[in-house]
Write a protein that binds this ligand. Sequence first.
Ligand SMILES: NC(=O)c1ccc[n+]([C@@H]2O[C@H](COP(=O)([O-])OP(=O)(O)OC[C@H]3O[C@@H](n4cnc5c(N)ncnc54)[C@H](OP(=O)(O)O)[C@@H]3O)[C@@H](O)[C@H]2O)c1
Length: 283
Amino acid sequence: MRILVTGAKGQLGSAVVRCASSAGMEVLAYSRDELDITNSALVESMLFREQPDVVIHCAAYTHVDQAEVEVDTTYQVNAVGTRNLVFAAEAIQAKFVYISTDYVFDGQAKAPIDEWTMTAPIGVYGRSKLAGETYVRDLHSRFFIVRTSWVFGHQGKNFVKTMMRLGDEKEQLKVVADQIGSPTYAEDLAEAILSLIKSNCFGVYHISNSGACSWHEFAEAIFSYTKQPISVIPCTTEEFPSLAPRPAYSAFAHQSLKLNGFKEMRHWRDALLTYLKVEKRQK
Ligand SMILES: NC(=O)c1ccc[n+]([C@@H]2O[C@H](COP(=O)([O-])OP(=O)(O)OC[C@H]3O[C@@H](n4cnc5c(N)ncnc54)[C@H](OP(=O)(O)O)[C@@H]3O)[C@@H](O)[C@H]2O)c1
């Protein structure tokens, strides 16, 4: 199988490239320098030349707060960039995987959110990602929309790395306890995406590690595994004002995985342990 990956140097893109290469797939990995998805002529010529069987679209404008300021740029990448790719992918009959987000929901749910829950994004980033989803549904006939959340991978920045750095610098740290979500190990997500693309079970999927927690619980788990002696004080979102609003509750139910016979991913605590072991080995 010949797969083309956008955003190949990003947190998830690099995990997809690694997993697909070790599974023996032919991988065409494109970073932003090599394939700027906002350049429609380039996108079209690249896809027509490379003729991949599948496009896994991991590129995105992911700066959630800055998106509130750079609104046009955010839509240019997340909506129009996705349109460019999806249009070309349909023309060459390549399956299409669009990575979306828990930020398409408003955070008012009280129980894990399934794939049929109404979307209602509350910020620019979430709205632009939902606009990308709409292009995928409108312009492609064989797609997977994969919504994920709270991603931690080995490439780039993430919450786990930030906590580990602060754990070395501080004795005490306040972490938000009133936002609940589902952490997702990028390598586990990459494996799940590779299972999807071998099938024709097209549609929308919520894919995260199993279980849910608050950022505070997540931080406590990190420090208990790394044995960093820091005390983690729970605080509210209000105490940490940010430009973009965050959904208060975005834990995922994995109904599409279950109904289509795919394995649900392991618990986030097990995934976190593996992640930390790999990080330690790489140091
Ligand atoms: N991280 C999370 O917690 C999270 C949660 C839910 C959903 N997601 C979604 O998961 C996907 C992967 O996210 P990630 O965590 O891997 O993000 P990431 O590390 O920020 O990677 C995104 C990549 O896209 C690239 N990019 C930006 N603009 C581009 C353009 N115009 N053309 C081509 N490439 C461009 C970025 O390059 P530069 O670095 O050079 O800008 C970066 O390498 C995204 O669709 C994101 O919306 C992420």
